[in-house]
Write a protein that binds this ligand. Sequence first.
Ligand code: FAD
Length: 512
Amino acid sequence: MNLSRRTVLAATGALAAGIPPAKLRTTPPAVAIRPGDRRYENLLRGNNFRFAGRPDEIRVATNADQVVGAVSDAVRGDKRIAVRSGGHCFENLTAGPDVRMLLDLGPMNGVGYDERRRAFFVEPGATLGEVYRALFKGWGVTVPGGGCPGVGAGGHIVGGGYGPLSRRYGSVVDHLHGVEVVVADRDGRARRVVATREPDDPNRDLWWAHTGGGGGNFGVVTRYWLRSENMESELPPSPQNMLQHVLFWSWEQLTETSFTGLLRNFGAWHERHSAPGSAYQGVYGILQPSHRSGGTVMLVVQADADLPGIAGRMSEFIVAVTAGTGLTPVFEQRDTLSWLHRMTWPGSGEAGDVVTRRYKIKAGYLTRGYTEAQLATIYRHLTNDSGGPQAGMLLIGYGGQVGAVRAPATAIAQRDAVMKVVYQTVWANEADDAASLAWVREFYRDVYATSGGVPPDGSYINYADADLADPAWNTSGIPAQRLYHGDNYPRLRRIKATWDPRGVFRHALSIE
Ligand SMILES: Cc1cc2nc3c(=O)[nH]c(=O)nc-3n(C[C@H](O)[C@H](O)[C@H](O)COP(=O)(O)OP(=O)(O)OC[C@H]3O[C@@H](n4cnc5c(N)ncnc54)[C@H](O)[C@@H]3O)c2cc1C
């Protein structure tokens, strides 16, 4: 037998580790966890403790072959399958009572550079914190993704993905080169498909569906490839430091006039300064009023600290937001934080804390500021007697470079939005579910009273809210999928019909 030096070394290493060499060539089976296993209850819940299904099996996969095996098993056994990567879904899309196999991709968390495709690869189980850290340490680059390091790339990217750098660099999917997806054919066979944005790629439609179409629709993403087009570097350069300015106002000092003044100013500034190429596109602001029982209204502004003139622009933004309100912050601080520290600090951006893990979040896009009637409604609900200290809302700056991409170019339909808004409430105990849900649902319904209880500018699929599919809360006559995908919805339906002909991948808000 003619053994190469490499084979001998590999075999020696394998034997030393107690593994027979032949085993190196086979894929180990995925871990299957069933009721009664001490791991089962631990793995049932994602980030929002309101949701725990009762699947026959939680399948923990470590590679794409195991995902093919899991999808095959689910289709052959006629078991409803749901896939979970980072578990940060707002809504019950992976833990419904009909889900029989929960596919957990947490261990598939590699991030690196693929020489062959000249693109960075990200596996779905990588958290955003892991993505930022690996891209920064290895190459000094980044993606304009979310500010919560615990969110999983798996759901985040396919839903669009945005964050502190989006006004400057667009959405994450504006840098998506390709995807590897495990799909289920009409005959039930599961297989891996690679789809890229290359114009001559026969699977290009499948790539397009992953640029904002939302998770759990077309198959299981086992790998993303990221590479920018039309940029000097393959991905945006990481900032070195982030400049962060935080201000708090106390509800004790706020009147309806000064409170609504802050929101009106925030909206007007974004209407003026959100065109692509704006001198202010480096400024990312979040205005976060708590319910009055929470005590404060917070404004957080972030930017790449090395952008020329950014400190002055940030100050101008703060002056514009507070203009005419007569308010003095009870706390104010400006810091320069290292990029990695700012973006990977554990727990930042999370809803609640270790105990308080139940939440309901509703959302919308805004192409302009609120009307006067909406501002009055917001004030009324944030000062009523039924909201709790962990209830409130976030107005989030958007636009800028996001608007440089035409709506049909990716699956993100709302390219003209200048803000996103989140209405949320967080609580600890199941006994408080009904009251907490009622507060945020009624708040939302009343803000959008003139448009059937839903936002006229649509909403973001990564801020999933099953109420939009419930005629009790959406009286607009516009289906949830239209609110999420706008004019891109018909194309998403055609792609769904081609790539998921058996309807294997589905949930309360999935593409029909
Ligand atoms: C605290 C918090 C902060 C957030 N901050 C931001 C933010 O700053 N910016 C932003 O854009 N979004 C943000 N989000 C929203 C977040 O992007 C979405 O909730 C995202 O879908 C979560 O992905 P996940 O993999 O963690 O979740 P999961 O619960 O695992 O999955 C979410 C959905 O995607 C599907 N899915 C997951 N993995 C795959 C896969 N591999 N293939 C196909 N489908 C898959 C699931 O089936 C499910 O339908 C935040 C969410 C939370 C809870």
